[in-house]
Design a protein around this ligand. Structure first.
Ligand code: SF4
Length: 370
């Protein structure tokens, strides 16, 4: 799928994967690349966790993951799932009982590595619980927690070891005739993660969950994720993404969407094209963009807005955007609508007026939708 049908040089050819479901969200095939995040509250605290799930969903998250390390967490999950506007993935390490409880509590997907939960009987029980409850599974290989025998075989975490680990886990599910799974091979090192994902994409048709794990704080993690995930997505690899930041989950969702928007793979809300500003600016570009970002956060309709300081680049950018404003000096600038020059606008009124224009244009775009 691409959102760039007219300009072929913007096309991203997505790798063909089979499709699975995480609740009502399709993953893989020609489904839109979904955005995920993870809560960081105490999972047993229904109120706090649900509040975070809802905030993430309002920011655009398609799916939210919750750690369920103990029974209190899997019990709370039932209530959270019931109230959540998006499907919930239960994150489980080692405990096969927690996996069964989470599936029974209504998790749409289990993030669990079947090779790490004990003998074949336990794997059978978890697969049965997943199947009985319409739950898919994500195999989550992580460079930091590779199996000892693979570390001994390969000497250190490397792409080959990560892919072999993934294929071992896949085999356990396939041996149980279970095929509703997706897989990730995450690393905090961008090169390692990218190489592992590239190799993985060659050897399975399972949908791929992308992530650069433990990427860092808001700024560092955003850049690292944009480089790592951006590179893979551009090459057509990846069916669902999670940006890992030491920051509010809402930030992870926003960054995930921005990465997809930059590649034309998803659209949502207002995409602001703005210049860095310089001595030629006809108004304070930086403050205006900051204010507009905040005032237009509620708009979900995909719409583009150019805010350009002067006529050097303003009219050209305005040609390509739904709404445009170009500074012209003498306390006012020019408004463009759908690429056409519309009317003059005073700098003092510009923020309120642009908000109104964008809202009106978004309503028009929504009304024209089939
Ligand atoms: S568009 Fe005009 S104001 Fe903005 S950076 Fe370029 S020259 Fe400066």
């Amino acid at each position: 799928m691409t959102l760039n049908p007219i300009r072929p040089w913007r096309n991203v050819m997505r790798r063909k994967s089979r499709q699975i479901m995480v609740g009502r969200v399709p993953i893989g095939g020609d489904a839109p690349i979904s955005v995920q995040t993870m809560t960081n509250t105490d999972s047993a605290d229904v109120k706090a966790t649900l509040a975070q799930v809802i905030a993430a969903a309002n920011a655009g998250a398609d799916i939210v993951r919750i750690s369920t390390p103990d029974q209190a967490a899997t019990q709370a999950l039932r209530e959270i799932v019931r109230e959540s506007p998006v499907p919930i993935v239960a994150d489980i390490h080692f405990h096969h009982r927690r996996a069964i409880e989470a599936a029974e509590a209504g998790a749409a997907c289990l993030r669990i590595n079947p090779g790490n939960i004990g003998d074949a009987q336990r794997v059978r029980e978890v697969v049965k619980a997943a199947r009985d409850n319409g739950c898919s599974i994500r195999i989550g290989v992580n460079a930091g927690s590779l199996e000892r025998h693979l570390l001994e075989k390969y000497g250190e975490p490397c792409p080959e070891a990560m892919v072999e680990s993934g294929l071992d886990h896949i085999k356990l599910l396939q041996d149980n005739d279970f095929h509703e799974f997706k897989i990730s091979v995450k690393a905090s090192d961008v090169f390692l993660a990218a190489a592992a994902y590239q190799q993985l994409a060659e050897v399975t048709d399972a949908p791929i969950h992308l992530g650069i794990t433990e990427a860092g704080g808001l700024r560092t993690g955003t850049v690292k994720s944009a480089v790592g995930l951006g590179n893979l997505l551009w090459a057509g690899i990846g069916d669902t993404i999670r940006v890992s930041l030491s920051a509010d989950p809402v930030e992870e969702v926003k960054v995930g969407f921005e990465i997809l928007k930059a590649l034309g793979l998803r659209t949502r809300g207002v995409q602001i094209i703005s210049c860095p500003s310089c001595a030629r600016q006809g108004f304070d570009v930086i403050k205006t963009v900051e204010a507009l970002e905040q005032r237009l956060e509620h708009v979900r309709t995909p719409i583009s807005l150019s805010i350009i300081g002067c006529v050097v680049n303003g009219p050209g950018e305005a040609l390509l955007t739904d709404v445009g404003f170009t500074g012209g000096g003498a306390g006012s600038g020019m408004v463009y609508l759908a690429g056409k020059q519309a009317h003059k606008l005073g700098n003092a009124e510009m923020i309120d007026e642009i908000v109104k224009l964008v809202e009106a244009r978004a309503a028009l775009i929504d009304a024209e939708k089939p």
